[in-house]
Design a protein around this ligand. Sequence first.
Ligand code: RIB
Length: 306
Amino acid sequence: MPPQIVVVGSMNMDLVAHMTRLPRPGETLHGSDFQTIPGGKGANQAVAAARLGARVTLIGRVGNDSFGNTLRQTLSESGVEVKHVLISPDCSSGVALISVDATGANSIVVVAGANGQLSPADIHERADVIRAADALMIQLETPVETIAAAIEIARGSGVRTILDPAPAPSTGLPPELMSVDLISPNQTEAEALTGIAVKDLPSAELAARQLQQNGAAEVVLKLGELGSLVCDAAGRVQHVPARSATIVDTTAAGDAFTAGLAVALSEGQPLAEAARFGGAAGTLACTVFGAQPAMPTRAAVEQFLQ
Ligand code: RIB
């Protein structure tokens, strides 16, 4: 039986442009290849988890506009259950302005729109959906109190809670958000949450231990081309190297990683193995342009790992 994963999170229409390099403040550059591509960290993780073999339900909000219709439709076509994707009549759907440079690096500005209207009441009305899951995945593009409500319901029923703390506020997170079974920041997010600049494996370990002191039971710190550093609940640390690939666009690589991690853990794989599986999903996501189009299938990940 495939694992059941519930994602409480965001949906954005990504407005994406290519450029040779990212602009400096005040600078105007010529871009190319403008595209609208379905994204949003919650939706990307939902699509990735479904393609990797889980049964996935997304709880979130879109606006009553064409972006919202497209976002729901794309999710559904990817096998994600969308009956708990609600429509806010008085609000636009979330959008993200994304610049991608010639190396595949990006910068992203998110405008929350309807994602900002997902309320604790929306979550409490769907508590049974969360209670029936093997894992709850949450990110930080919906209101903090809404995320806290989802975590509280999941923890009360023994559902594994997996927080991808993106985008991470520099002010840190309240304890109710840190009290999760697993947190999976990237280097930037780990630094924002701990104050420790993550530059190498020793500094990653320091940051991971700090995140555990702050409440997370387990940590998988995503380190880009270095792979990841995992720290289990017993405090054992392991480096999981990454395989290389030709990078086209790093957008949503972290989403694919965390989704792979969640699927593998829900299937009973040990933490380091799950990080290897997630890492492969993340690397493959970098080889395709855009967010949701780049979320890899299970067959692709298994082949990549052979
Ligand atoms: O993680 C990538 C995502 O961040 C993009 O799809 C964009 O929508 C923002 O949420």
